[in-house]
Design a protein. Sequence first.
Length: 211
Amino acid sequence: MMAAVLVSPQQINLYNPTLLPSREQFSARQLAIWVVIAVAALAAVAWWATGQMRSLMREMAEQARAPSKGPVGPTQQNVEAMEKALRDKLALLEARRATRDALRRGMAGPDAGPSAVLRRIADTIPPTAWVLEVKVAGSRIDIKGRALDPAAVDAWLERLRGSGFITEKPLPNLRVDRIEPAAGPGKGPASYGIQISATLAAPFAEEGGRP
């Protein structure tokens, strides 16, 4: 019988130190070089910051020594603009004063204004006359009406002139037109259309005046 030969498997060692990555270690010389580089960088930064600080302090000192400028006065254009604005305001003020005075002359009151005009006409008009229309514009007054006696109208106009209600000059204008009564039974007496144009002693505000 052939003897069996037992062969054991061969063991291979894979742990070879030569296969591992090499480890690099910092030496004291390398550390010293890095320290020197860091110190040099810090010194450069400190030197730059010191230079900037000195430059800023120098500029501040120069500004402090520089003579201060006094207040700048207005230019010629500004003065002319202010003068023009002042003239415009004065002109507007005068216009408002003139308008106010004109409006006061036309205000209703015991001695002036529409109520005084109507009251004066009502107090002086003769019994044989009546008013159809009264128009006042500024210092001009126009009265239209009817009358049965033209002589009474003449006397009425003289009373208005004598009382100072209308001015003596220019002279008032009176127009009288005879109106025949309508034909037919009950025919009444003839009447007269009257129109008076005169100048008021106390004129109203001018037409179109603005407050």
